[in-house]
Write a protein that binds this ligand. Structure first.
Ligand SMILES: *[C@@H]1O[C@H](CO)[C@@H](O)[C@H](O)[C@H]1NC(C)=O
Ligand SMILES: *[C@@H]1O[C@H](CO)[C@@H](O)[C@H](O)[C@H]1NC(C)=O
Length: 280
């Protein structure tokens, strides 16, 4: 009985899909649903009650359409990203971010890997913004196999194992970039990582064309850190008392921040000279 009731739904979805699938950037989950329903209406009907995030359904989809390191799976729309930021993020001037990312990925041979670094006290939206960015880079969002998250407290907790961690980071970056040059590595809680750990990234973010035939220049490295928060808060407060406009204050903060972070030598953000030049 149920199966008969569902048939019309599947055919409507199949029709809708003809219309929607050309718009690949639209929300991945929905697309997946529509696409699969068009391709396998009968199967879909058999699955019946399957909710959108059914494990079996996802598994099947992944087998039939494995994620590949190419345009239909990795795609950045600056417009979509900017709209999402406008809708969901208040008071953070992040316009430069989408330009930086778009220019980087539309270029087949950028001069070097893109480093993005977001600082600020907890709760200011660093993770939130990087989450929005990931959603707009990968159709599979944070489930993409080309997205890699490392957290200071989870992955690198012991200060005395820096060398092991460094070797690990290098092996992971090398392995993953050889599979897909457009890989994204996010380092969260950078301020809680052992100092000098991120020096391991130095060879990958310099402007070598390739190292052992692997080209790292299309990768994106994102650093999220609480370091500098004291300075940012104090500075913003002082400027607000002086009656300065927010956007005016930001442009000056950008000049001050890199040097300040360098001084604050307790965290890992010393990252030697690389960090200094590559901040967008
Ligand atoms: C890619 O990175 C992950 C960590 O996100 C790691 O576990 C995996 O081994 C890496 N793959 C290769 C081929 O190095
Ligand atoms: C960063 O660059 C500035 C000027 O470009 C330089 O004065 C400063 O020493 C550099 N800092 C580091 C850590 O290399």
């Amino acid at each position: 009985m149920r199966i008969y009731l569902r048939l019309p739904l599947a055919s409507i979805l199949a029709l809708l899909n003809l219309f929607c699938y050309s718009n690949v950037e639209s929300i991945a989950g929905v697309n997946k649903y529509l696409f699969a329903s068009a391709t396998f209406p009968t199967l879909f009907v058999a699955v019946g009650e399957a909710p959108f995030n059914n494990g079996f359904f996802n598994w099947l989809f992944d087998i039939i359409f494995p994620e590949r390191c190419s345009g239909s799976w990795i795609d950045f729309s600056a417009e979509g990203f900017n709209n999402a930021l406008k809708e969901r993020v208040y008071g953070q001037p992040l316009i430069g971010l989408s330009n930086a990312v778009q220019q980087h990925w539309s270029n087949n041979q950028p001069a070097k890997a893109l480093l993005l670094s977001m600082h600020g006290p907890p709760g200011t939206g660093k993770n939130y913004v990087s989450g929005i960015l990931i959603r707009h880079l990968f159709i599979k969002d944070s489930k993409s196999k080309f997205y890699h998250l490392f957290s200071g407290t989870v992955h690198f907790p012991h200060k005395n194992q820096v060398q092991t961690y460094k070797d690990q980071i290098q092996a992971w970056v090398r392995g993953n970039v050889s599979i897909c040059p457009k890989s994204v590595f996010v380092f969260d809680e950078v301020d809680k990582m052992p100092a000098t750990l991120l020096d391991a990234l130095k060879p990958f973010v310099d402007s070598y064309q390739h190292i052992d035939r692997v080209d790292y220049r299309r990768a994106i490295f994102i650093f999220l850190s609480n370091s500098g928060s004291d300075m940012i808060s104090r500075y913003m407060l002082a400027q607000k008392k002086l009656g300065k406009d927010r956007s005016e204050v930001y442009s000056k903060l950008d000049d001050k921040l890199p040097l300040y972070l360098y001084d604050e030598s307790n965290g890992a953000f010393c990252f030697s000279s690389t960090n200094n030049q590559s901040l967008p």
